[in-house]
Design a protein around this ligand. Structure first.
Ligand code: BV8
Length: 243
C-alpha cells in the first residue's frame, strides 16, 4: 500500500451477500439463491408484489426463517472491531439481513433496507420492526390502517432511500481506504460506490473468492472467503500500524 497507515483518517466499507455466506445466508446469484425456481430479481419488484403479494411474502417469510437462525461471522465481527479504530468509519451494506447490526456495528448504512422491518403500502407510511418467524399473517397488514404491508426493502426499479444513498456516496468520496467485501458488483447504484472512491484517490481492497467487474480496478484483491481474509487482513493492518 503506497499510503502510510497513519494517513488513513476515513474508511468506507461496501458489503454484499457474500459477507453473510459463511453465516448460512444464501447469496443472490450463488447456490440456494433461487426459491421455488423464482430468481430473486423476479420476486424483489413492485410488479411481482402487485401481481401476487402472498407469493412475495411467502418468499420473505422463507428468507426471514433462514436468516433468523443465522449468526454474524468473523467478517461481521471484524468490521465491528474496525469501527472504533477510526473517527470516520462508514459501513455501507446491500444486505437486508440485519447481521451487521446484530454483530454490534453502529455506523451501518442499509442501502436496500431491512427485511425485519415492514411498512404500510397506503397513505399512513408507517414503518415498524417485526421479527416474528414464521409470519403470523400472510400477507401482513398495517397495524394502524389495516392496509397491506410490504417489506421495508428497496425493490428493483425503485429508488434507494435518498438519505442512505447520499451518506454512502459522501463516504465513498471522502475515504482514503475502501474495503469491498462479498459483492458481485452488478447492482446499481451500489456497484458505483467503489468507482467513486477510486476516482477520489482512495486505496480499494476487494475481498471475494471470485473475480468481479471491479477486480481489475482495485489496488488489492483477496480471493478468499470474507470470514478468513478480513480477520487476517485486519491483524496485518494493526500489526503494521503498531510497527
Ligand atoms: C434503481 C433488496 C433508480 C431486496 C436489492 C441496467 C444497467 C444498470 C442498472 C440497471 C439496469 N437495469 C436495471 C437497473 C437498475 C437495477 C440494477 O442494477 N439491476 C442489475 C441486476 C443490472 N437497480 C435497481 O433497480 C435499483 N434501483 O436503479 O433505481 C431507478 C428507479 C426507477 C427506474 C430506473 C432506475 C435498486 C437495486 C436494489 C434492489 N434490491 N435487495 C431484497 O433483498 O429482497 S438488490 C440485492 O441484489 C442485494 O441487496 C444486492 O444488492 C444484490 C445482490 O448482489 P450481491 O449482494 O453482490 O450478491 P450476489 O449474490 O450477486 O454476489 C455475491 C458475491 O459474494 C459473489 O461475487 C460471490 O463470489 C461472493 N461470495 C460468495 N461467498 C463469499 C463471497 N465473498 C466473500 N466471502 C464469501 N464467503
Amino acid at each position: 500500500m503506497d499510503m502510510s497507515i497513519s494517513e488513513v483518517r476515513s474508511v468506507a466499507v461496501l458489503t454484499g451477500a457474500g459477507v453473510s455466506a459463511e453465516s448460512g445466508v444464501p447469496t443472490f446469484r450463488g447456490p440456494g439463491g433461487l426459491w421455488h425456481n423464482h430468481r430473486p430479481e423476479d420476486l424483489a419488484t413492485p410488479h411481482a408484489f402487485h401481481r401476487d403479494p402472498r407469493l412475495v411474502w411467502e418468499w420473505y417469510d422463507w428468507r426471514r426463517g433462514l436468516i433468523g437462525a443465522c449468526q454474524p461471522n468473523a467478517a461481521h465481527h471484524t468490521l465491528t472491531a474496525m469501527e472504533s479504530h477510526w473517527d470516520d468509519f462508514v459501513l455501507v451494506t446491500q444486505n437486508v439481513d440485519g447481521l451487521h447490526r446484530l454483530a454490534g456495528s453502529r455506523t451501518v448504512v442499509e442501502l436496500h433496507g431491512n427485511l425485519w422491518r415492514m411498512r404500510c403500502t397506503r397513505g399512513c407510511h408507517r414503518a415498524w420492526e417485526d421479527r416474528s418467524v414464521p409470519l403470523t399473517d400472510i400477507p401482513p397488514r398495517c397495524p394502524e390502517c389495516g392496509a397491506l404491508a410490504r417489506p421495508d426493502v428497496v425493490w428493483f426499479g425503485e429508488s434507494l432511500p435518498e438519505e442512505a444513498l447520499l451518506a454512502a456516496l459522501a463516504a465513498a468520496r471522502r475515504c482514503q481506504l475502501m474495503l469491498v467485501v462479498g459483492t458481485s458488483a452488478l447492482v446499481q447504484p451500489a456497484a458505483s460506490l467503489p468507482l467513486a472512491a477510486l476516482q477520489s484517490g482512495a486505496y480499494v481492497v476487494e475481498i471475494n473468492p471470485q473475480p468481479t467487474p471491479l477486480s481489475d480496478r482495485v489496488h488489492e484483491a483477496l480471493r478468499e472467503p470474507a470470514a478468513v481474509a478480513l480477520p487476517r487482513w485486519w491483524r496485518n493492518w494493526t500489526a503494521e500500524g503498531n510497527r
